[in-house]
Design a protein around this ligand. Structure first.
Ligand SMILES: NC(=O)C1=CN([C@@H]2O[C@H](COP(=O)(O)OP(=O)(O)OC[C@H]3O[C@@H](n4cnc5c(N)ncnc54)[C@H](OP(=O)(O)O)[C@@H]3O)[C@@H](O)[C@H]2O)C=CC1
Ligand SMILES: O=C(O)[C@@H]1CCC=N1
Length: 279
């Protein structure tokens, strides 16, 4: 059976509670439903969620689902890190059992979920990104020792339903992951904005500059996705000796003031903020 069929089979019976149906939770939900999760096996718990797909149960708080049951296989925690400590105690009765707590929150440590839900709770800490909304997400996940192989496969199928997934054993890596792939889409959108603005400064009409910057970034992304060559080779393929690209790259690849050291500082700042959000 192909892996995608395996995932669909695994997902068709899984019961999921999604705590926080905002941008990230909503993107994940769309992917799940597209990949075989049954709407009537999903509960969104959110006082004011985004779109609620047909057939999905909605609750403003956990009281009704906890009273009505059944308990979920996976409790997805997709609220802001800053309110996690206020949100978790309500779910304590799901801890120390078979329900897996699957966090997508930046910064929040596995130990914090264990402290709030119970030391024996299976916990997966993950960081997806918003391209999940178009099934092109990149997620990295880390599991505690209570996550069984079956539970891990279920989480793998859920997170893999919206794109690529990698697992790490060392939770400390998740801060840097957050800084690269979790926040990374914003850097690329800002790059696009900067290219458009630079085009205007070089004399282009605003609409044309915005259009060609956006098409160039998305086209380069698609090429990088489909080509066998690595990014450095793709870059060299654009760069004629002593041509226009080389002139620009002299600025962008400057060891002290180029994009390299700037990106290093940006990623370090994001990783630092992730560690601060641990609470
Ligand atoms: N956005 C991104 O690119 C990424 C986000 N993440 C993580 O995903 C999590 C969610 O982020 P994001 O989706 O961007 O944020 P959003 O604000 O879009 O979503 C959070 C949702 O939770 C709701 N909410 C607030 N309080 C509660 C509560 N007590 N119970 C249930 N739901 C509640 C919010 O409602 P209201 O708006 O009314 O407050 C909102 O709908 C964060 O922890 C973030 O670190 C991880 C990777 C990438
Ligand atoms: O900005 C944030 O904190 C979240 C986590 C990664 C992307 N967005």
């Amino acid at each position: 059976m192909p892996a995608s069929d395996l995932s669909r089979a695994a997902l068709s019976t899984v019961r999921v509670w999604l705590v926080g149906g905002g941008k990230m939770g909503g993107a994940l939900l769309t992917g799940w439903l597209d990949n075989g999760v049954a709407p009537d096996n999903v509960t969104i718990i959110d006082p004011a969620p985004g779109r609620v797909p047909q057939g999905v149960r909605l609750a403003a708080d956990p009281a009704a689902p906890l009273a009505e049951g059944p308990a979920p296989d996976v409790l997805v925690l997709a609220v802001k890190p800053q309110i996690m400590d206020d949100v978790l105690p309500a779910y304590r009765s799901l801890g120390d059992g078979t329900t897996v707590a699957l966090s997508v929150a930046a910064g929040r440590l596995i130990a914090g979920f264990e402290a709030a839900l119970g030391a024996g709770t299976p916990v997966v800490r993950s960081i997806p990104n918003t391209p999940a909304a178009v099934h092109r997400g990149m997620t990295v996940a880390c599991a505690n020792a209570h996550v069984t192989e079956t539970a891990r496969a279920t989480c793998d199928a859920l997170l893999g339903a919206v794109g690529d997934i990698a697992w790490v054993d060392d939770e400390a890596l998740i801060d840097a992951v957050t800084a690269v792939s979790g926040s990374g889409p914003a850097y690329v959108f800002w790059l696009t904005e900067c290219m458009a603005r630079a085009g205007v400064e070089a004399g282009l009409p605003e609409a044309l500059a915005a259009r060609i910057a956006r098409a160039t970034v998305s086209g380069a992304g698609a090429l990088m996705d489909q080509a066998e060559e690595d990014p450095a080779t793709l870059r060299r393929n654009v760069t004629s000796p002593n041509g226009t690209t080389a002139a620009a790259l002299d600025e962008l690849m400057n060891d002290r003031a180029g994009l390299g050291p700037l990106m290093t500082r940006a990623v370090a700042a994001a990783a630092r903020r992730s560690r601060e959000l641990a609470g």
